[in-house]
Write a protein that binds this ligand. Structure first.
Ligand code: ATP
Ligand code: MG
Length: 420
């Protein structure tokens, strides 16, 4: 048995000593002895006093101390200490940390923590120790010897439940910290790259939008020029031809060989060609759009559409659109054209309704059919037709939605804010 160790009634050996405390002294029970109480005895092994007497108890005590030292000394990169209510070290132990710091762990036992620590360190440490002695665990991080330690200070209750001492556990977390720092830096650099890439993508998207708007505008101008030429040149030539054929037909009247009839048939063919030329020219660039505005152009287009495809088509204008920008006029007209073309190609509809609502601070164009509806995959993605409609709406700060409606059919809705 260790010097100063006593055998108690329950057969456990406890090492007791007296720690000077002001004028008085405090009885200190070595924590290593406490291991004896928590280390289970093998069932077959007789209790110390019953079988082996003092010698066996001493053996047990040594074993306990050995086990405790093995645990405490092998805490990797850490140290552990117990302190009493007078803030004096009762036990100090640990792995490489204490040795690296040149700390004599045996020499610390019984020493006052406030006196040992530098005043500044103790100032931040004191509330934590007092907190633990008041029953509240505390933790902090400290920098010392160029390393970072995570410090936990825990209350250790005695048998009666009152806190009789505190335990300090210090873990060297320098490597962990630098790994965290590395991860933080990698994250930061990734976030920076994501922000840069997002800005690049947004820039590229803006350029594409500008390019798409420019291409639309160039195409519209080109179509307007071709429409004018077809209308003026071809239209005039055909009108002249029709006039000549009519007078020829008159002169041939009564001649044998059915010549007058052939001339009249040719006149009718030229008439039909004049109609076709007008239609083609109007589709390329409806003159109505520039001359009489959006409502008149949509009225004409929906009427022509109904005649051509035999789908009932109604147009309704709510409110009178203000003097909208010519580019916006043509954009809305093209959206309506593409939506109606889609109805013919995909909807299998019997009727379609086009509404232009220009009340308030926005202009809304709706094309609703009663066909088979659109699949969510097509509505979400779509190919060039839908993409073109969306881009045209976006170019004016608006949006285009396409969805199946309850009761069947598809609704295309373009909403564009009106600039005052
Ligand atoms: N009114 C509609 N009813 C049902 N399906 C539709 C309707 N409008 C579009 N769709 C579906 O959405 C798809 C995409 O339409 P989108 O206009 O983008 O392409 P498209 O008409 O097939 O070809 P294009 O690029 O020549 O216009 C169509 O292929 C069709 O399946
Ligand atoms: Mg289409």
């Amino acid at each position: 048995m260790q010097p100063g160790a006593e055998l108690e009634e329950d057969g456990a050996a406890r090492e007791r000593s007296r720690v000077p405390l002001g004028g008085a002294s405090l009885e200190r029970v070595n924590a290593m002895t406490a291991m004896r109480e928590v280390w289970p005895e093998p069932a077959s092994e007789p209790r110390a006093l019953d079988a082996g007497g003092p010698r066996q108890a001493e053996e047990e005590l040594r074993r306990s101390e050995y086990l405790y030292r093995t645990v405490a000394s092998n805490i990797p990169n850490g140290a552990v200490a117990l302190f009493d209510r007078d803030l004096r070290y009762m036990v100090v132990d640990g792995g490489g940390v204490l040795a690296a710091a040149g700390v004599d762990k045996e020499g610390l036992v019984g020493k006052s923590i406030p006196e040992l620590l530098p005043a500044e360190t103790w100032k931040s440490f004191a509330p934590l120790c007092h907190s633990a002695l008041a029953g509240r665990p505390a933790k902090t991080e400290v920098q010392a010897l160029g390393r970072t330690f995570s410090i936990h200070i825990l209350p250790i209750p005695a048998g009666d439940g009152a806190v009789s001492m505190g335990m300090v556990m210090a873990l060297d977390i320098t490597e962990l910290k630098s790994a965290e720092e590395r991860v933080r830096r990698v994250n930061e650099s990734l976030e920076r790259r994501v922000v840069e890439r997002t800005a690049q993508l947004e820039g590229a998207y803006r350029h594409l939008q500008a390019l798409s708007a420019h291409l639309h505008s160039v195409r519209e101008k080109e179509q307007a020029r071709i429409a004018r030429e077809i209308h003026d040149e071809l239209g005039q030539a055909l009108t002249g031809l029709k006039f000549e054929l009519s007078s020829l037909a008159q002169r041939l009247r009564g001649r044998p060989g059915g010549l007058a009839k052939r001339a009249a048939d040719l006149t009718a063919l030229v008439d039909q060609t004049i109609q076709d030329v007008r239609r083609i020219s109007s589709e390329l660039r409806p003159a109505l759009l520039d001359d009489l505005g959006l409502v008149a152009a949509l009225e004409w287009h929906t009427r022509e559409f109904a005649k051509r495809v035999r789908i009932q088509c109604k147009f309704e204008a709510l409110g009178q659109p203000p003097d909208v920008d010519p580019d916006l006029r043509i954009a809305l007209f093209r959206i309506c054209q593409e939506a109606l073309t889609n109805v013919v190609r995909h909807a299998r509809a019997a009727a379609v309704r086009v509404v232009l609502d220009a009340r308030g601070d926005r202009i809304v164009l709706e094309v609703r059919d009663d066909g088979i509806g659109i699949s969510p995959a097509h509505a979400g993605g779509g190919s060039l037709g839908l993409l073109g409609m969306r881009e045209r709406a976006r170019a004016f700060g608006g949006k285009l939605e396409i969805e199946s409606v309850s009761g069947g059919g598809t609704l295309v809705r373009a909403e564009i804010p009106l600039r005052k």
